[in-house]
Design a binder for this molecule. Structure first.
Ligand SMILES: Cc1ncc(COP(=O)(O)O)c(C=O)c1O
Length: 395
């Protein structure tokens, strides 16, 4: 018991420190689906600019009905892992649709992209191998890499000279895997895929892209970052989430060659020791992928709104970069400043999350604005009006 109480005291101390440092996160309790406006417990409705519901599909009636249908047809779930209790047909259909979406031979779903990354990397990369990873890669990649016994070399964010140096240094490795986010979630930048692909070819390395913020967003038809550069067939392994543009529920997947997918199905630990995606979620995600394929105008609308919002903030004097993504960071400096700005916007019915250290480097705390196809142009005008009053450009 004394161990438990000392851990409780430890937790309390950490929370107190975070509160004193102004870095304690606040949580909003929502009582409506994700959309351009959300209802919250104890507050007026909020305009939301911090959702990954990029295509506005989280509240699409067809996606919701597909979830109901999945529940009616398959019940709540498998009750165990897929190889023990059976794989529902809906998983098989979803995986075929995902593989075709991203132009890979096969795909395998996981309960989250986090698990997908932890499934792929330690299964494929062993002690004689080397992993070469971008310094700003997502936390799930960082943790997944820690689970692998392979050598690790971090290269500076999107720095092709440093990537080449890493490839030179690891020439003796059995296999080399270069790992990058497609879209970097805190910066809104896109991986330099043409540069990375050229170096992978030169040094005979393989390429893995986590396109969680690129799927449904980047490229003319929303196939992701590789489509943006016409390099779909140059990515060896792609992971992505079903919890953002593709319906927003939860879930992730790996898409790659059939032997890689078959091996992950046999050996990857989150797959063989953990239940599969609930069929409700698989069914909604499948519907979302079909809508993405059948309604490219959704992606066009998202692209238009991204350009509109960036031009609006830029013309008001904010330092906004022109990356082809739906993420617009407004850098404010100190963590406390970003969190306070987010709280003051909440008082004006605007929900934009502030991010500080350690999620982003010290001194670069920010508000992260995310665009959705569910938004309207006037939503950004309202946001800008309030932003200018609370955090004027250059302040
Ligand atoms: C690049 C990247 N990978 C993985 C994830 C985790 O996705 P999931 O929620 O499906 O675990 C995220 C979520 O923010 C992400 O941004």
């Amino acid at each position: 018991m004394s161990g438990v109480s000392s851990l409780t005291a430890f937790a309390q101390q950490q929370l107190d420190d975070m509160r004193a440092g102004g870095t304690l996160k606040s949580f909003q309790f929502l009582s409506s689906p994700q959309d351009r406006v959300v209802q919250t417990r104890g507050r007026d409705d909020l305009y939301i600019f911090s959702s990954n519901n990029y295509l506005g599909l989280a509240n699409d009636p067809r996606v919701i009905e597909a979830g109901h249908e999945g529940l009616r047809k398959y019940g709540a779930g498998t009750g165990s892992v897929r190889f023990i209790c059976g794989t529902f047909e809906i998983h098989d259909e979803l995986e075929a649709e995902l593989a075709s979406l991203v132009g890979q031979e096969a795909a395998l779903s996981y309960v989250a992209c986090w698990n997908a990354n932890e499934g792929v990397i330690p299964t494929l990369m062993e002690a004689p191998d080397a992993i070469i990873t971008d310094a700003l890669n997502h936390a799930s990649l960082i943790d997944a890499i820690r689970l692998s016994k392979a050598r690790r070399r971090i290269y500076k964010h999107n720095d092709m000279a440093d990537l080449e140096a890493a490839l030179e240094e690891t020439k003796d490795a059995r296999h080399r895997l270069v790992i990058t986010d497609g879209v970097f979630s805190m910066e809104g930048t896109v991986a330099n895929l043409p540069g990375i692909v050229a170096l992978c070819e030169k040094y005979d390395a393989q390429l893995m892209v986590d396109d969680s913020h690129g799927t449904g967003v980047c490229g003319e038809t929303g196939r992701g970052t590789a489509e943006l550069f016409n390099l779909e067939h140059m990515v060896d392994i792609l992971t992505s989430t079903l919890g953002k543009a593709l319906g927003g529920a939860a879930g992730g997947f790996v898409a790659a060659s059939k032997p890689i997918i078959d091996l992950l199905n046999q050996k990857s630990r989150p797959q063989i020791f953990s239940n599969s995606l609930p069929p409700t979620v698989a069914s909604s995600a499948l519907q979302a992928v079909r809508i993405l394929k059948e309604e490219p105008e959704r992606v066009k609308r998202l692209h238009h709104l991204c350009q509109y919002a960036k031009a609006l903030f830029k013309s008001a004097g904010y330092d906004v970069a022109d990356h082809p993504t739906a993420i617009i960071p407004i850098i404010l400096g100190e963590t406390r400043t970003a969190i306070e700005a987010s709280q003051r916007l909440l008082e004006r019915n605007i929900f934009v999350t502030g991010f500080g250290f350690p999620v982003v480097p010290e001194g670069t705390a920010r508000l992260r604005i995310q665009v959705s196809a569910a938004h309207r142009e006037e939503d950004f005008q309202y946001l800008l009006k309030n932003l200018k009053e609370l955090v004027p450009p250059g302040a």
